[in-house]
Design a protein around this ligand. Structure first.
Ligand code: SAH
Length: 365
């Protein structure tokens, strides 16, 4: 069968191989096409005006460029945060969130359609994993969010739907293309990758010495609690995870950022704070405290303001650097992954619905 080739997912090396091998064209053509795709970020071969008409029409027949379309757009009235529901060519949807910070726009992207990690408090994992996103689809989230907003992003976080280290090779190619000088040229110093703790792949990532910030979703300091809320802990225990994190720091020199979602009555007590202090003792790291976003199907409750503050203070008094994450876009939010699910549930009525912009209060507030 004649399947079209996805050019937007190819690193420059892979594209060069395709152009010189499969197409039998000179090597410099690969550089031209790559620049069109990743620097100028065009969406069709017709726009590649320095290629011959014959080559353009051959590409049209044999290859394609991935670019998601905006299925829905929710815009916060509180702080300008924009949530995009992006539809991929096969009809699958993922979410990306564009936030405005003092240092510039920051984009949070998805790495998979759904997720198979099963964290009990998370909406993204409710329907399991549908499939991995390709490098071109992840790049498409970035390029399209920038095109929509009219501004280049200054930071990127891989913290949307999916587990980036469960889609390792595609994420690595995505980062290579994104940071390449002939492409968007985004320094990986401005990228954070968040993982639920796939130990083997944390080690593989460390070896690549990419300079990005690794965020580790810890959420508990003892195995019993963590296994209850994060099934991945049955595969890799906290001790193994900490060992990999220490190694990561030793190899890369980059301090790890730990994510800790505070869930009422589950992981927000003084004993848990003391456990966390003990666990992270001597590590050069930062702890991000996130009052959990309640997900209707999950039945988890957010910790009270007092519990969050007490937890933070205990960490700080124990010498850990800890901050409570500022909540952006709370009026449009619905915890990450919820918009995609709402859309799937109402898919019948919504298929032809135009892009909408709302400031409607979300379900939590
Ligand atoms: N799979 C990766 C990245 C995606 S999740 C990971 O686990 O890190 C991004 C972050 O959001 C993780 O820290 C995750 O634990 C957290 N998260 C998921 N659902 C949440 C919720 N309902 N409230 C607060 N944080 C949540």
């Amino acid at each position: 069968m004649n399947q079209k080739t996805d050019l937007s997912s190819m690193t420059l090396a892979k594209l060069t191989e395709y152009v010189t091998g499969t197409l039998g064209e000179p090597r410099f053509r690969a550089g031209q096409i790559y620049t069109w795709l990743h620097q100028k970020q065009v969406v069709s071969f017709g726009e590649m005006t320095n290629l011959s008409a014959a080559l353009r029409s051959r590409l049209e027949e044999e290859a394609f460029i991935t670019r998601p379309t905006v299925r829905r757009e929710l815009r916060s009235r509180l702080d300008g945060t924009v949530k995009y529901l992006f539809e991929m060519p096969d009809g699958n949807c993922v979410e990306s969130v564009l936030m405005q910070y003092h240092h510039g726009p920051s984009l949070c992207i998805s790495t998979q359609v759904g997720c198979r990690m099963g964290c009990r408090f998370c909406a993204s994992t409710l329907g399991g994993k549908v499939r991995d996103l390709t490098p071109g689809e992840m790049l498409g989230e970035v390029y399209e969010a920038q095109r929509q907003s009219g501004k280049p992003i200054s930071t990127l976080v891989l913290m949307g739907i999916g587990e980036p280290l469960d889609n390792f090779d595609n994420v690595m190619d995505f980062l290579e293309i994104l940071s390449s000088p002939q492409g968007q040229n985004l320094s990986l110093r401005h990228v954070s990758l968040s993982t639920c703790g796939l130990v083997d792949n944390i080690r593989r990532l460390a070896e690549k010495k990419l300079g990005l910030t690794l965020s580790v979703s810890l959420h508990a300091s003892d195995d019993a609690t963590r296994s209850e809320i994060m099934p991945v802990n049955n595969r890799y225990k906290i001790g193994q995870l900490m060992e990999a994190c220490r190694e990561y720091f030793a190899i890369t020199g980059r301090r790890i950022s730990y994510e800790y979602a505070l869930i009422d009555g589950v992981n927000d007590g003084p004993a848990q704070a003391r456990g966390l202090l003990k666990l992270l003792e001597g590590q050069n790291c930062h702890v991000n405290l996130i009052p959990v976003n309640p997900v209707a199907e999950r039945g988890t409750r957010r910790s009270s303001r007092e519990a969050v503050e007490r937890f933070r203070r205990m960490l700080e008094e124990g010498g850990l650097s800890a901050t409570v994450r500022r909540e952006l876009g709370s009026d449009i939010s619905a915890a990450c992954g919820q918009l995609r699910r709402q859309e799937a549930a109402g898919a019948g009525e919504r298929t032809q619905k135009p892009v909408e912009t709302t400031g409607r209060p979300g379900p939590e507030e």
